[in-house]
Design a protein around this ligand. Structure first.
Ligand code: SER
Length: 311
């Protein structure tokens, strides 16, 4: 069996995608590649490599006879504003390397785009699949460039590459860092640990969000869909729920005491440049995407999971 290589395997998504792939395809068939935060007790095949590194990646593909890559490594939006050159290198150059290796070794590729591909000129409500892409962050610029590169390699070289525009992701295993949507996950951890959370956005800030179980399920589902069903070769709109910042606080307050206050910082402008809700009907039609978690169900799951982790 050809192997699966996951880059960014110990990031927010990778940490939950890798165990799901291990369960489905066998622990020995998943190569978890990362650079930082590799857990001491990780059960599986690990490779340490910092990207971009074309030759290093090529060596791994040959060593393991890799057939599919989930290329998850990425610098997120807020971090990207601190180090825009590095964001370009990691997000775009390493994608181009993966696509060039996909040509050479006939690899199937998954690559994550984001709601950050949209910008202030995009319609903010029910944002359509095909719309204006004029992001104002370097992260968003890398996602638009990446989407177009994926589509180009698909049509020019026939590469099977699939992608979704992830909304803000909320998960128990790894707290996100360096992003703009992080507050929607951080509040759960702070609620359990301290009973207090200071938002860095206004209470009415509304962004599309998704629970990680749905994100992982959808990602694998897209990769398993027959290629002839797919009509989008940039990146699929992908959605589950949207809520205002204060609504997540109120949902948690139904279960426990939690004090919140609001001190918006530079991330507010990024949040304000992104859509509030996403029309993902093309994903639902083409590959049967359906989410399971809404705010209430996710909140129960997050609070019980975090209490279990930190007890
Ligand atoms: N969660 C990401 C961020 O906030 C968006 O893709 O940067």
């Amino acid at each position: 069996m050809k192997k699966f290589l996951v880059t960014g395997a110990f990031g927010q998504i990778g940490s939950e995608l890798v165990p799901a792939l291990q369960q489905k395809y066998g622990v020995e068939n998943i190569i978890a590649m990362g650079n930082r935060n590799i857990p001491q007790d990780f059960a599986g095949v690990v490779e340490k490599l910092e990207l971009p590194n074309f030759e290093g990646l090529k060596t791994l593909i040959k060593k393991y006879d890799v057939g599919e890559i989930y290329h998850m490594v990425s610098l997120l939006s807020a971090k990207g504003e601190e180090v825009p050159d590095l964001a370009w290198e990691v997000n775009v150059q390493s994608l181009k390397d993966v696509l060039d290796l996909a040509r050479e070794y006939k690899l199937k590729v998954f690559w994550p785009s984001s709601i950050a591909a949209f910008g202030p000129t995009t319609p903010r409500e029910n944002t359509p699949q095909q719309t204006i892409l004029e992001p104002t962050t370097m992260y968003g610029v890398t996602k638009v460039a990446g989407e177009l590169l994926c589509q180009y390699y698909h049509f020019k070289y026939g590469i099977d590459i699939r992608s979704v525009r992830y909304p803000g992701l909320i998960s128990i295993e790894v707290e996100p860092s360096g992003g703009t949507t992080d507050y929607a996950a951080a509040i759960y951890f702070q609620a359990v640990k301290n009973g207090q959370y200071t938002f860095y956005v206004r209470p009415d800030t509304t962004l599309p969000m998704m629970y990680m179980d749905d994100a992982v399920k959808g990602t694998i589902q897209l990769m398993e869909t027959k290629a002839n069903k797919l009509t989008i070769h940039t990146s699929y709109n992908f959605a589950a729920m949207s809520f205002q910042a204060h609504e997540v606080a109120e949902e948690i307050q139904k279960h426990m005491k939690l004090k919140v206050d609001y001190q918006p910082d530079h991330r507010q402008a990024i949040a304000d440049s992104w859509p509030q809700s996403i029309d993902d009907s093309v994903a639902r039609k083409d590959w049967g995407w359906q989410h399971e978690y809404d705010l209430a169900k996710m909140t129960e799951r997050m609070l019980s999971g975090i209490k279990e982790r930190f007890k």
